[in-house]
Structure formats: structure tokens, C-alpha cells
Design a protein around this ligand. Sequence first.
Ligand code: SF4
Length: 64
Amino acid sequence: MRVEVDQPKCVASGQCVLIAPEVFDQDDDGFVELLTDRPEPGQYDGVKESAVVCPAAAIRLAED
Ligand code: SF4
């Protein structure tokens, strides 16, 4: 799985950081920062949930 974030879309809700803190972080203004674009298989569920709940649809997932 590959993860992409569209930071300009992010509304700094922090949902993804709460759900998958090993993959997503927030910068000083609260906007999403990607810690890794290649999560481990054990992190897939959290990444998928983050993409679903993101209110800005700023998280995109792609299969390898
Ligand atoms: S859930 Fe979406 S809007 Fe909220 S911080 Fe993460 S990427 Fe940004």
C-alpha cells in the first residue's frame, strides 16, 4: 500500500493522527504530515480508516 496526502486540502482536524499516529503527524499549524508513505501491513486498517473519516478527503491510498 502507498499513501498520499493532499496537504492543501487538509483542514487540520487531526482525525488521522488519532487513528494512525505512526503514519500521520501534524505540523505546527495542525496540517497533516506523512511520516511514511509505505505503511507496514499491520498499519493498513488504521490508514484505511483514516482515509474514510478524513473530512477533507485529503488521504489517498494506492495499491502497489
Ligand atoms: S484527517 Fe484529513 S483533514 Fe484531518 S488532519 Fe488528517 S488529513 Fe487533515
